[in-house]
Each structure stands twice: as structure tokens, then as C-alpha cells.
Design a protein around this ligand. Structure first.
Ligand code: ZN
Length: 111
């Protein structure tokens, strides 16, 4: 194998890697904001080279529940100002910026 052929082979492998790497870590990217992101990452990286492991990680990433950034026990509420959904643990309405604590207070006094 001469030098030119070697350079072409290396360039080909690198070009394939640039395209295949994002595809390979796709389950991790999709599962990154999910609760089981570390196990998904491990299955993706360690078992992803087996097609079964990659497909399993992808399905897991899509089926897993999204990560709750708020503390447990926080209740989701509806904004009294605009009626928009306020995320659990969020401090302000995502629609109009109304304070979440007032919304929860209004909801509890109404019931
Ligand atoms: Zn609102």
C-alpha cells in the first residue's frame, strides 16, 4: 500500500466516522433529557455496536419518561391570568409570565 492509498483510506475512515458518529450516539442524544440517561448512554456506547443494543437504546430513549427538573411533590397548575399550563416547580407561567405561587394559591383556595 503506497502513501497515497493510505491517505485515501484514512480520509475515508474519518469521513465515514464524521457521518456515523452522530448516528451512533443518536439514542443518547434523544434520551439525554430523560430520567435514565446514564443507563441509556452506557447501553448506547457499550452495546450500540451490536445492532440489537443500538435499537434497544433508541427504543429506551424514546419510551423513557422525561426528567423532572423540579422537586417531587410539586403540582402542575394552570395560570389564572391566561389559562396556560404552568410546569410543576416552575416559578412563572410560560405563556404570560404570571407568578406560579399565586396560581397554586388560587387553585388551592378555589377547591
Ligand atoms: Zn399565564
Amino acid at each position: 500500500m503506497d502513501n497515497v492509498t493510505l491517505i485515501r483510506v484514512v480520509a475515508g475512515v474519518l469521513a465515514a466516522g464524521v457521518f456515523l458518529l452522530p448516528l451512533y450516539v443518536l439514542p443518547t442524544i434523544l434520551g439525554w433529557r430523560k430520567k435514565q440517561r446514564i443507563p441509556i448512554l452506557l447501553v448506547n456506547l457499550l452495546l450500540g455496536w451490536t445492532v440489537v443494543g443500538w435499537v434497544g437504546a433508541l427504543i429506551w430513549a424514546l419510551a423513557d419518561t422525561p426528567m423532572q427538573l423540579s422537586q417531587p411533590g410539586a403540582v402542575a397548575a394552570f395560570c389564572p391570568n391566561c389559562g396556560g399550563h404552568m410546569p410543576a416547580g416552575g416559578h412563572f407561567c410560560s405563556m404570560c409570565g404570571h407568578s406560579a405561587t399565586e396560581a397554586v394559591k388560587a387553585q388551592t383556595t378555589a377547591s
